[in-house]
Design a protein around this ligand. Sequence first.
Ligand SMILES: [Zn+2]
Ligand SMILES: [Zn+2]
Length: 263
Amino acid sequence: MIVEQIWTANSGRNFNYLIACEHTGEALAIDPLDHEKCLAAAKAKGWAIRQILNTHEHRDHTGGNAQMVAATGAKLLAHAKAKDKIEGIDRGLAAGDVITVGKTVELLCLDTPGHTMSHICVKAQGDRPALFCGDTLFNAGAGNCHHGGHPNELYNSFAAQLARLPDETLIYPGHDYIARNLSFTLDREPDNAAATALLPKVEKQDTAKALVTTLRQEKEINTFFRLSSPSVIARLREAFPDLPDRPDEKTVFLKLRELRNKW
Ligand SMILES: [Zn+2]
Ligand SMILES: [Zn+2]
């Protein structure tokens, strides 16, 4: 499997992706908002885009579909429940479905509601697992729930699915928000050494060659995976004095999400 992360350089800081089979040159485009950049990248590599996958229905993820279909004839895949929200879906996906790209790539569909209620993530199988997580999981952060989502479901998706993936899983999110998210982590957990060390590096990074984190690293730098950290809980109690002595992880997640909304 070859992954091409495409930096759109737009105000939304979107990442688009191409996933290609090295044997056949067939490719799948994830959320190809910047269809021109995606098409140019495929052309440069000699790849044929046969499928488009939308992680969810927001316009900054679906806005390139029509032009991409017109240029390539690719089939459109998205959550089966998004059929009234995304035009022209050819294949509706559910948890456990497998998407094949060429002869060598298999992507497993995860149903991960929270940012919206029809959001999927896909996990590339194979020697090195990789997760394409749209607006559910960001580097050092979590998606918001303002536009059709629910924080309870977002917590469930994190706890029951994402946190249980292999630690070496590579994380490919839908946006570059890492610097701002690390600042939030440090606001919540000022003694987080890994986040302190990483922030100056990503502030200066070339986003066209952005850092790709692993789930192991996310568990160190992403406050939404650090729900039992004594330091996170102590600091949270300053904002929520009624917080119980040993709050459960869901309570901590929901309070962090609430603070991040206003931060
Ligand atoms: Zn979104
Ligand atoms: Zn988005």
